[in-house]
Design a protein around this ligand. Structure first.
Ligand code: SAH
Length: 395
């Protein structure tokens, strides 16, 4: 096993359970050869700090797996971690209302670089580095013990740019129906486990969707920007929205949104689904003097369309300014970002700035972070990437 030495300035971080090993935290990282190899990290005096594995991912060169010198990284280790993760989600496993959730959340469950989602008996593993992929047999065996899935799918998210590798994602057991119907708080979603990088639903917004259905939609006009498969629109419609308008630039969003409405018994023709750049839609809506009672904003952290580059870190404030124009007096903006480079403090700063520049008063009604199944490591703040605020617009 490789023996790495921590730089003096990073010893404290490791002692505080920081799970990511970054290149500039280590004196002799050049010794690492093969992704997946194990190493121990010590301080200058040889004092043990942790055991980890080598993996190139974003800023990191590996993840700490154990802080006990005598702990072996073997099949038993993986069994224990995945079993603990499954036990932590036992109420979700037993739920009849929700059959899709995150079963294993990387460093939050003790193994950085891998997540596992559970969809009505089928599991989807996301591998974020070549390094973690070398442990695939151990992790799949552990998963079979802990969750007894009918079938397993995977997404390799580690090409040169750290992105998804297109291939057949089915790896074990029985193939899932196509589409696979799952439930979230009693609402159906059509999920496609073997159709590219995304499956049709982002599980981390479960509590936000529930809030939209239960507290923000009844009798309201709802605009869902960056709507993808229309998940927020479906919850709004089921919550009694007078009408929903879903806007997304991707062509796939039209058939996908029709499907999500239809499987929930909602007449999609009574809703509006618009395939268009949201920035164009803002202009159109301004011309027509349209306003909405609830506007949902859930942009990607970064996106390039024909005319626009949107980066949450740079452009969210302006996105909010345009949204304030479209929001009815007394209405609500549900503003969400998953950009890990934007802290909640910074995000609230954008909100404040946007309202100041528009000379409009506001009040934050409630806020959301990741739900409990997206377990995070307390020492790794970047892992808690989701920030959502429901903002009352007081024009
Ligand atoms: N809110 C969605 C998830 C959004 S994913 C949900 O709850 O499921 C981000 C979406 O933004 C993608 O579907 C992408 O097609 C869309 N998108 C990116 N740039 C866009 C733009 N300029 N205009 C409209 N949609 C855009």
């Amino acid at each position: 096993m490789q023996k790495l030495q921590a730089k003096p300035a990073s010893v404290k971080l490791f002692q505080k359970n920081y799970p990511l090993v970054e290149k500039d935290m280590i004196e002799n990282s050049g010794n690492l050869k093969e992704e997946g190899e194990l190493f121990t990290i010590s301080d200058q005096k040889g004092g043990y700090l942790g055991t980890g594995y080598y993996a190139i991912q974003n800023k990191g060169i590996g993840w700490i797996l154990s802080r006990r010198k005598d702990e072996q990284i073997d099949q038993l280790f993986f069994n224990k971690k995945v079993q603990e993760a499954a036990d932590y989600r036992s109420s979700l496993f037993n739920s009849e209302e929700t059959t899709a959730f995150r079963l294993f959340n990387g460093e939050g469950d003790g193994i950085g670089g891998v997540t596992i989602d559970y969809f009505e008996g089928y599991c989807l593993i996301n591998w974020y580095s070549k390094g973690i992929y070398t442990f695939r047999n151990e992790i799949m065996t552990a998963l079979q013990h802990a969750a007894g899935p009918k079938g397993i799918y995977q997404k390799k998210r580690f090409n040169e740019k750290g992105q998804y590798i297109e291939e057949d994602d089915f790896v074990w057991g029985e193939q899932a129906p196509y589409p696979l119907l799952v439930k979230e708080n009693g609402v159906q979603f059509a999920v496609y486990l073997n159709e590219g990088a995304m499956v049709g639903v982002f599980l981390d917004q479960r509590e936000v969707r529930q809030a939209i259905r239960d507290r923000y939609s009844n009798g309201k006009t709802v605009l869902n920007m960056f709507s993808y498969t229309g998940a927020f629109s479906v919850f709004a419609a089921l919550g009694g929205a007078a009408k929903t308008v879903s806007v997304d630039v991707a062509n796939r969003s039209l058939p996908k949104t029709i499907e999500q409405f239809s499987i929930n018994g909602i007449d999609h023709e009574a809703q509006e689904i618009i395939v268009e750049d949201v920035f164009k839609y803002f202009k159109y809506a301004a011309r027509k003097e349209k306003t909405f009672d609830l506007v949902i904003l859930d942009p990607p952290s970064f996106a390039k369309s024909k005319k626009h580059i949107f980066s949450a870190a740079k452009d969210y404030k302006d996105l909010l300014r345009e949204t304030i124009h479209l929001t009815a007096s007394g209405g609500v903006i549900a503003a969400s970002t998953n950009a890990s480079s934007v802290s909640d403090e910074k995000f609230k700063g954008f909100i404040d700035q946007a309202f100041k520049e528009e000379k409009v008063k506001y009040r934050i009604l409630e806020s959301f972070k990741l739900p409990e199944d997206f377990r995070t490591a307390p020492a790794f703040k970047q892992g808690s990437y989701l920030k959502v605020h429901f903002i009352n617009v007081l024009k």
